[in-house]
Write a protein that binds this ligand. Structure first.
Ligand code: ADP
Ligand code: MG
Length: 302
């Protein structure tokens, strides 16, 4: 064809299921020398399932009531964990709306008023200890014991608080994407560096998943701004970072990166707006494919 090489690269990217927002993006993709990958919804399928429902003694709640309470607070959230909670509750009972004062705290969880009581659902370290992270972790108490047991089993543990006091813990599990391992290997080869995992989830679950993927550099318990700070630190060292993410919590990192790619199918609007390119077909392997394409196109231009 007579198309200029970069335009033809964009068109080829489209054939791989990636929408590049500009020709500059096609150049930048191939320049990446480090890939930083989000966990939930990016390396995992992003359709997690609730596997455990554990009301705490003294809460006066049974499993169905706990799940319903969490689902009513999570209802307005677009987070994959919120969708899992609502779907699990709906399998058992109708989930009425009527929650008010909804607030989403990216990287931490949600809060809303349900039947006059303040309900919070989210990360144990953020909601119980004020800050997400891999620190000493919860210790002591029925709630902490449930959280530790679930995380030890590789689950994401989510706590439910009512008027500030924990009333239950939910265990949530997500599957790795079938092409996650091959994608990590391909990006390592293309960039010359082993990709890094960036996640707001707990360190135990993150390390378990990273080990399956051959990733050794794991940054867990990160808030959205922490992800961006990590990217900026690498960029300050002279690395050109390719960030792949899907969530509202990934938007600052996508913006800070040399090049940001969002997973389109389940991606949040903010991630899709902020990213330089979007994976429109739900295949992670499209990411290394377009990086390779970009390199070929650059060789033709130079
Ligand atoms: P990741 O970086 O892996 O995509 P997030 O930053 O979106 O994960 O979330 C980090 C953690 O914050 C989750 O593991 C969970 O504990 C908590 N969290 C965030 N949003 C929600 C929500 N809507 N419901 C429950 N927990 C949430
Ligand atoms: Mg995510």
């Amino acid at each position: 064809s007579t198309m200029p090489p970069l335009l033809s690269a964009i068109s080829n990217a489209g054939r791989h299921g990636v929408l590049a927002k500009s020709a500059v993006v096609m150049e930048r993709l191939g320049q990446a020398d480090l890939a930083a990958l989000d966990k939930t919804g990016t390396l995992t399928e992003g359709t997690p399932q609730v596997t455990d429902v554990r009301p705490l003694p003294g809460s006066g709640l049974g499993p169905d009531a706990l799940l319903l309470l969490a689902a009513r607070a999570e209802h307005p959230s677009e987070h994959p964990l919120a969708r899992a909670v609502v779907a699990a509750a709906r399998e058992r009972q109708p989930v009425p709306g009527g929650a008010t004062g909804f607030a989403s705290l990216p990287g931490r969880g949600v809060a809303a008023t349900v039947d006059g009581r303040r309900i919070e659902v989210g990360s144990p370290s953020a909601l119980l200890y004020g800050r997400p992270g891999s620190g000493p972790g919860p210790s002591g108490g029925a709630c902490a014991a449930e959280v530790a047991a679930l995380e030890e089993a590789g689950r994401t543990a989510v706590v439910v608080l009512r008027d500030g006091a924990p009333v239950g813990v939910l265990g949530i599990a997500d599957r790795l994407r079938p092409d996650a391992r091959a994608t990590v290997a391909a990006l390592a080869e293309l960039t010359g560096r082993s990709p890094v995992l960036l996640t707001g989830d707990n360190e135990r679950a993150a390390r378990r998943l990273a080990a399956e993927l051959g990733i050794t550099d794991v940054r867990a318990g990160l808030l959205p701004e922490d992800k961006a700070a990590a990217v900026r630190a690498w960029e300050a060292e002279g690395l050109k970072v390719l960030v792949v993410g899907d969530g509202v919590n990934d938007a600052p990192a996508l913006a800070a990166a040399h090049c940001g790619i969002a997973m389109g199918k389940a991606g949040s609007d903010l991630a899709l707006e902020t990213a330089d390119a979007i994976v429109v077909r739900d295949e992670l392997a499209a990411v290394p494919a377009v990086v390779a394409l970009s390199r070929t196109a650059r060789r033709l231009v130079v």
